[in-house]
Structures are given as C-alpha cells and as structure tokens.
Design a protein around this ligand. Structure first.
Ligand code: SF4
Length: 325
C-alpha cells in the first residue's frame, strides 16, 4: 500500500498504478471510480480502510484501491469482512462481490450476515451473469431472459436481493447505477457512514455478456421519448429512515412502502436509499454488552509477542492435547 500524507484526500490517493483487467466499457470502472471518490470525500486514511473482494470480475476491485485488500474465497467475502471488522472496529470495511458470488454460493452468508448487523458496507455488482466464466445466468437474471451466453432462455426465477436483504436484517439498503457516478459516490458515503450493515446493490452493465440490460437499456432508449428508466426514490419524497424510537405501526408502514419499491422493475427502476433502520443495535455493541472491554481492547490491539518478538501465548497445553502417542 502506497504511503499517503494525511491532508484532505483526493480520489487519486486511492488509485493504484497499473493496468486494470476489465473489458472496455464494463460498469465496474464506474463503481471503482465512485469508491475512490467516496473514500476521498470521507477523508479516510488508506491504512484505516480494508476492501475484501469475492470471486468474479468484481473480485478484482481491491487490487485497484490503495488500501488494505484481501481476495477471499468464493461466496465467503462477508465472513472475512466481518472477522476483520470485529477484530479491529476502527477499520472502515468494504466488501465487494458479484451477484453470482453473493446469491448462489454466498447466499447463506448473506442471510446470516444480516442477522448480525456488523458495521460494514457490502457493495454488490449486479450484472445478472457470471462474467468471469463466460456469461452463465446468475441468480439475479429474470426468468425467461436469454442473454447471449445462454443456449436457451433462463429457466429459473431471480432472487430479489432488496427483499432478501430486508428479510435477513440488513439495516441500510440502497441501489445505485454504475454510470451514475455522482449518485453512487453519495450512496457509498451514506452506506459507510451508517452504523450497521449496509447493502448497496449497483446495477452494472456487462457489455461482454449481458446484451439485454445494456447501458442503452438502462438509459431508457426503448421507452417513449423523454421517459427515463432509472429514477431516485428521493425525487418522490420517499423517506428511508426508521428512527430509533419508531413504533410497530411506523415500522409496518415503512416496510409496506419498501416492498413496493423493491419490486418495481421494468419501465421504471428505483434507485437511491430504501432503508435506514436505526432500531437495531450493531453486533459490536452487543459484544460490548457481553464483554465491556471490547472496544478498548479488541483482538487487533492485544499484544501477541514480547518486546523481543517472542510469542506471549503459551500453546504448549494445546499442542500436548494434540500429540499422537
Ligand atoms: Fe465487466 Fe462483463 Fe467483462 Fe466481467 S465480463 S469485466 S463484468 S464486461
């Protein structure tokens, strides 16, 4: 990681020199650009940011951000990210992954991460296909669609990730678009600032394998003149906040409205912030209730060696138990 002197950060401070291994025109470039800009606007020092990538095209993102980064196992990006955040709660942790990684092999981890509400941000690059392995249908491709990598139309229904995130317990949920970078920078900042688990779906054209939901389609070129496909729910006065003192009726009304927006897809597709739930405690706060010294002495701050570098933890009893006689 390149050293950066702390003044006001700029997006350039988070860029990494060298070639980027994505196809020309891929939506991933827009998301990467937005991550750089959002980190700069939040003025986060790179050594306090860690980016965890899943498997797939989007899983290369952490190589292109000047911060700590880990390329994790298929479907396991959230457990890695949660472990790092719990070990060092001062880190800003961002997990990135694709729709295939997150909602096929990673679906169980997605659900169980929601139950914990660890304070981190999961950015899901949704292009509806497995781009890295030649364009097979991913769990977010709608039933009956046939992208160019498929010999037949898709026979499976799609996962609605906004509904799954709500059901799982994510406390901040939003959606952006890879080529609306101004909005995406704002959404990433809001997701990072949220004290709890944030899920940000980013609609991401894959010009190589998804010939249906292209940049032109998202721009609404097939619609009547003057109509736009993507809109921000804030334009309609949609309020995503569930305050800490919300009662059951308030929560019910909010969720009904959320359901409407989460299922809207086709000629009009909502983006923006859908939920900001302040009712639920973070996993870190729950840990602190059980172990009051947690924030003062998280695992990453505990000494593991003496001044001469010798381990201070005696593992001999454990080794003795494991010895074969
Ligand atoms: Fe992007 Fe698709 Fe190419 Fe992957 S295959 S880099 S998602 S355009």
């Amino acid at each position: 990681m390149a050293t950066v002197t702390m003044t006001q950060m700029t997006a350039r401070d988070y860029r990494v020199e060298g070639a980027i291994d994505w196809c020309p025109g891929c939506g991933d470039y827009g998301i990467l650009n937005a991550i750089h800009q959002a980190l700069a606007k939040l003025n986060l020092p790179p050594h306090k940011v860690a980016v965890f990538g899943g498997i797939g095209c989007s899983g290369k993102t952490q190589y292109y951000v000047n911060a700590y980064g880990v390329h994790t196992l298929h479907g396991r990006v959230l457990p890695y990210a949660m472990g790092a955040k719990l070990a060092n709660p001062e880190l800003t942790v961002i997990a990135v992954g694709g729709d295939g990684d997150g909602f096929a092999i990673g679906a169980g981890h997605f659900v169980n991460s929601g139950r914990r509400n660890v304070d981190l941000t999961y950015i899901l690059f949704n292009n509806e296909v497995y781009g890295l392995t030649k364009g097979q249908a991913s769990p977010t491709l709608p039933l009956g669609l046939q992208t160019k990598g498929l010999p037949e139309p898709n026979m499976q229904g799609k996962v609605n990730s906004l509904l799954l995130a709500l059901a799982s317990g994510f406390t901040w949920i939003g959606r952006g678009y890879a080529y609306n970078i101004r909005q995406l920078v704002d959404l990433i900042q809001r997701a990072i600032n949220h004290p709890g688990l944030a899920y940000l779906e980013v609609l991401q054209p894959c010009p190589t394998y998804n010939n249906l939901h292209t940049r032109d389609w998202f721009a609404g070129q097939d619609l009547e003149e003057g109509r736009q496909r993507l809109y921000d729910v804030a334009e309609e006065g949609y309020d995503p906040v569930v305050p800490a003192d919300a009662d059951e009726q308030y929560l019910y009304d909010k969720i009904c409205r959320y359901f409407e927006k989460a299922q809207e897809w086709g000629d009009r597709i909502p983006t923006g912030v859908f939920l900001e739930n302040r009712l639920i405690s973070t996993f870190e706060d729950r840990l602190c209730q059980r172990t009051p010294s947690y924030y003062a002495s998280p695992p990453a701050k505990r000494p593991i060696a003496d001044e001469e570098g010798h381990p201070i933890v005696d593992l001999s009893e454990i080794f003795a138990e494991l010895t074969m006689t």
